[in-house]
Design a protein around this ligand. Structure first.
Ligand code: VG1
Ligand code: CO
Length: 543
């Protein structure tokens, strides 16, 4: 067995997007495609001698092959050790947790997250740094530039090793330790939340349904909810990870988690419902006949954080992605702490978390997390809610209703136009950019534009700048329309339109969301010319 140097040619388009490199499985299956990217990661890292790497994925189709390839490449680059999840499984938050706990140089996550899987679906790869979070843009850009000029990669020709049996084996000089994917993560959760109170809640007959969507969070949820917290067997549904997620789209929103929504809408619905995505970093929270928007979820967690043992000392600050509603800003104001507005993508929260400026972070796309790791964390959010429900004795609807009564309600919706023609989508954004300055001060229906711009962000910690992060039209009363192109899609372009309206008066807190936003929806169409540019009369997905 020896280390081979293999000649290769660069592939175009290996630039990581919002969260890693995502392509169709068939693209990743091309000889050398994955190898080129991994070699570029290792080249960017420099000397890996004596270091530890963490490796795992969401179990989607091609995961096992990719794990073997990366292990054999790591062995050719002098890593002392790779910690790999049993069966090649590790959720995104678990990778972050394991990197931090074991002082690894970094980790590789194999996932296309919420994108569909299977032979015709998507595959993805992401590099996380020593702090545990997604590599910042300076690193992903360096990796991308390396992919453009790559000529060879190095790999061990040792036979494939068993990744299903816990324990240590070797490839060349390198140690491979197959670890329990859940253990380190579960131990961390136990330190953050009041497990005794949650156990007592289940003991009182509290019922919950967790939809694992046949993705990676199933084993985590089963161990923690049914095993450690005593929830009855059957609390977790679709809990076995499948290579194609059972043919579904592992994206926890009311459209894709229709089974859970139906269970929670029934007259005998459980008290609490939740779902997570492909790689376990997203969460959807549902009460009995009551959906919680991710933006509201962040705000409610922030307002009640001190009820959870891990946050008893209070929050240092809150950070949200720009399109996320400003519900959290009102909580930050009340708590007298800063609220940071960063571009979309968890990688932008890393510096704030490292510097101790933010404790909780959130995105409107069903992502919530804290400084316990450096990724958003689906099951963490679910346990946080369980902790609040257990300690307060209130229902989900009560907690949210009382929150609105105190802070006002930020009506919020996202309209996605998926897989539209790239040219039209780019032209829509370009035509909006031209209009921006002229929009300020204009009357649009009952609204007056306060300002309109293309969001650009200067990181308050390291000074790095990210431009063109979404076009926002902000009204004088705080309502907003935001237009952005997705950085995770693999087909054409996906236009996201984010709509937000603030309502202080509790008499108007119970309108259907789309109705409450109807005037803004009309303005978004008129100003953006969405139908004209995309050829679509209505969004593909409304959340
Ligand atoms: C989407 C979401 C974004 C999230 C990203 C990764 O990105 O909007 O908020 O951070 O997915 O989530 P985009 O560029 O398609 O809008 V996940 O669960 O892939 O790790
Ligand atoms: Co995800």
């Amino acid at each position: 067995m020896s280390i081979q140097t293999v000649a290769t040619k660069a592939f175009p388009g290996q630039r990581p997007g919002t969260s890693g490199l995502r392509k169709k499985v068939s693209i990743f299956q091309q000889p050398s495609y994955l190898e080129n990217f991994v070699q570029s990661v290792f080249d960017t890292l420099g000397d890996c001698a004596g270091k530890t790497l963490v490796l795992g994925g969401d179990g989607r189709f091609h995961n096992r092959e990719a794990v073997q390839t990366i292990l054999h490449m790591a062995a050719a680059h002098g890593f002392a050790k790779v910690l790999v999840g049993q069966g090649g499984i590790l959720s995104t938050p678990a990778v972050s947790c394991v990197i931090r706990k074991h002082g690894a140089l970094g980790g590789i996550v194999l996932s296309a997250s919420h994108n569909p899987g299977g032979p015709d679906g998507d595959f993805g790869i992401k590099y996380n740094i020593a702090a545990g979070g997604p590599a910042p843009e300076s690193v992903t850009e360096a990796i991308f530039h390396r992919t453009e000029s790559i000529k060879q990669y190095r790999i061990s020709d040792a036979p494939a090793i068993d990744i299903d049996r816990l324990g240590v084996s070797h490839i060349e000089q390198m140690e491979v330790e197959v670890i329990d994917p859940v253990a380190d993560y579960a131990e961390l959760m136990q330190r953050l939340f009041d497990f005794d109170a949650i156990k007592a809640l289940f003991g009182r007959g509290f019922r919950m349904c967790f939809d694992g969507m046949h993705a990676v969070s199933g084993p985590y949820a089963t161990t923690i909810l049914e095993g450690m917290l005593g929830a009855p067997a059957g609390t977790v549904i679709n809990g076995v990870p499948l290579e194609d997620f059972g043919g579904h789209h592992p994206d926890p929103n009311p459209v894709n988690a229709a089974q859970l929504i139906a269970i929670m809408a029934a007259d005998d619905a459980p008290d609490f419902g939740a779902a997570s995505d492909g790689d376990g970093d997203r969460n959807m929270i549902v009460g009995r006949k009551f959906d919680v928007t991710p933006s509201d979820s962040l705000a409610v967690l922030a307002a009640n954080a001190t009820l959870a043992p891990g946050y008893r000392a209070g929050l240092k600050g809150i950070a949200r992605s720009m399109p996320t509603s400003r519900a959290a800003d009102r909580v930050a104001d009340a708590l007298g702490i800063p609220c940071y507005e960063a571009p979309t993508g968890w990688k932008f929260f890393g510096t704030l978390l490292d510097a101790g400026k933010a404790t909780l972070c959130g995105e409107e796309s069903y992502g919530t997390g804290s400084d316990h790791i450096r990724e958003k964390d689906g099951l963490w959010a679910v346990l946080f809610w369980l902790n609040l429900l257990a300690v307060s004795g209130k229902s989900v609807e009560q907690l949210v209703g009382e929150h609105w009564a105190r802070f006002g309600r930020n009506y919020y919706s996202r309209h996605d136009y998926e897989a539209v023609e790239t040219k039209g989508a780019n032209e829509l954004m370009a035509s909006l950019r031209v209009k921006l300055t002229a929009l300020a001060g204009q009357d649009l229906g009952h609204y007056v534009v306060d300002f309109a711009d293309d969001f650009s962000y200067t990181d308050p910690v390291d000074g790095s700048v990210a431009t063109q992060q979404g076009i926002r039209i902000v009204m004088t009363n705080g309502s907003r329309i935001v237009y952005r192109l997705s950085g995770t899609g693999t087909e054409g372009a996906t236009l996201r339109v984010y709509l937000e309206r603030y309502e202080a008066d509790p008499a108007y807190h119970h309108l259907p969301t789309q109705q409450a936003l109807s005037a803004l929806i009309l303005i978004a169409e008129q100003v953006g010319g969405i139908t004209g540019w995309t050829g679509r009369a209505r969004p593909t997905v409304t959340t």
